[in-house]
Design a protein around this ligand. Structure first.
Ligand code: SAH
Ligand code: SF4
Ligand code: F3S
Length: 446
């Protein structure tokens, strides 16, 4: 039996898809190269903005055609949905796509083997499982092994912040942190099977507070220091952080731990205190800037990244200008920016002072032009420097590999296979906004 998984959304979904693949390998499935060859097609879905959620349903329509073609050849196809759309729209799925065989929320995919057995017995209905279960799915997953030089590791899930625009507290549930022992074990296994870099994931990763072996509550800084002891691990990252939850211990880690990469994704969303308040973010722009000052004092080389929302209900030209001011102040080396998207069930969706689409579009364009100019400037300033790059992806052409610098910049280089999934010193020779090219500096891979 063969499976095909298509992943939408954030890095947590990428991690979840990998773990779903692990479950399927455990029960005898292998990966199909295209959905046409798959007996089981799974979409791991995202509900964060309207576009993301609607894309799932349009892609599903195409998958139905594949299912029909396979049926004509007497081949059975099971279609499943997992992820945040399922949690948010469980009532709609059977109506909008009745040919979907199962739909499981992000917290119950460990039950996939039972669900597949059940489907084997009864076809024709959509099995839905959107529990927020008492048990943690992590306790029921197969061992996580590395697939390359760089791995994700979920340490925290869910969110209690309830920003007024965001679906995550409803789709991923309340905050949950995994026990330290389990995380360290998973990290050791990833390193033992080839990972040089681990990216710790959580919707609100720096609110992590896991129990140590003695039942004592510990913070993210404690966990980072434990992980830094693992022999063979070269790089650690963590994402995504909430500004008010960055504590002094965490800042000290950026001073002390060399393997903690000098890059931090710390979303501010807006530079206007009025908008931040309406978003229910718990900091002011001044708090945020003070925090960045402290981080830069701890590690002067740190590069910052952020998420931004433009056109949040009530955002005026002055509010938007405050966002541009923050960008000019911080000089982000990378950032993600979005137009505000109304999400049913969130408070901001029914705010009366919605911003019209045309203004949202104009503001997004202005913001992105400014963000890209800083990103390009940083990349251009990197040209001529030698940086360690972890190459873990193959490029389009033979012998071309794609990797990342400590600052998360994409680097292309032509290398021989011995350097794949290794960290190599690379001289950066050319830069665009989104990537750099480089050539290897004589020497050994690390
Ligand atoms: N937990 C992270 C972000 C998770 S969602 C944090 O708090 O920063 C990823 C990003 O999507 C958010 O940072 C935000 O910029 C964007 N986003 C979330 N909901 C959105 C909405 N309704 N419309 C537009 N962008 C949104
Ligand atoms: Fe969403 Fe806010 Fe939680 Fe981030 S902190 S996941 S934006 S509710
Ligand atoms: Fe999307 Fe869910 Fe991640 S809504 S951004 S897949 S947490």
């Amino acid at each position: 039996m063969k499976y095909f998984i298509k992943t939408f959304g954030c890095q947590m979904n990428v991690y979840d898809s990998k773990r779903i693949a692990d479950i399927l390998h455990n029960i005898g499935y292998t990966e199909a190269h295209t959905p046409k060859d798959a007996d089981l097609i799974i979409f791991n879905t995202c509900h964060i903005r309207e576009k993301a959620a609607e894309k799932v349903f349009s892609d599903l329509g195409r998958t139905k055609l594949i299912k029909d073609e396979r049926t004509e050849k007497d081949l059975d196809t099971v279609i499943g949905l997992v992820g945040c759309v399922v949690q948010a729209e469980d009532g709609e799925i059977a109506k909008r796509a009745p040919y979907v065989d199962f739909a499981i929320g992000p917290l119950t995919y460990h039950r996939l083997p039972e669900i597949l057995t059940k489907i084997g017995r009864e076809r024709g209905t959509t099995i839905i499982d959107t529990d927020f279960p008492a048990e943690a799915k992590f306790d029921f997953l197969p061992e996580n092994v590395s697939q390359g030089g760089c791995s994700f590791l979920a340490i925290q899930e869910g969110c209690d912040n309830f920003c007024t625009y965001c679906v995550v507290p409803y789709t991923r549930g309340a905050e949950y942190s995994r026990p330290i022992k389990d995380i360290v074990e998973e990290a050791r296994r990833l390193v033992a099977t080839g990972s040089l870099e681990i990216n710790l994931l959580g919707q609100n990763v720096n609110s992590f507070h896991g129990e140590d072996e003695n039942g004592k509550d510990r913070n993210l800084a404690y966990l980072l220091r434990q992980l830094a002891e693992i022999d063979g691990l070269k790089r650690i990252r963590y994402t995504t952080s909430y500004p008010s939850d960055v504590d002094d211990d965490l800042i000290a880690c950026h001073r002390d731990l060399e393997m903690l990469m000098p890059y931090l994704h710390l979303p501010i969303q807006s530079g206007s205190d009025k908008v931040l308040k309406a978003m229910n973010r718990e900091y002011t722009s001044k708090d945020y800037l003070t925090l960045i000052e402290k981080l830069r004092k701890a590690n002067p080389k740190i590069g910052m990244s952020s998420d931004f929302i433009v056109g949040f209900p009530g955002e005026t030209d002055e509010d938007f200008q405050a966002t541009l001011d923050i960008v000019n102040e911080v000089k982000y080396i990378q950032a993600y920016s979005f137009k505000y998207s109304k999400r049913a069930g969130t408070p901001a969706a029914v705010y009366k002072n919605q911003v019209i689409e045309k203004i949202k579009e104009e503001r997004l364009q202005i913001l992105q032009d400014l963000l890209f100019s800083y990103q390009l400037k940083f990349n251009k300033e990197s040209v001529g420097k030698i940086m360690p790059v972890l190459f873990d992806m193959k490029g389009r052409h033979k012998g071309q590999f794609l990797g990342r610098t400590p600052y998360m910049q994409n680097v292309h280089a032509n290398l021989d296979d011995t350097y794949f999934n290794k960290i190599v010193d690379v001289k950066l020779i050319d830069a665009t906004t989104n990537s750099l090219s480089g050539e290897i500096v004589a020497g050994k891979a690390k």
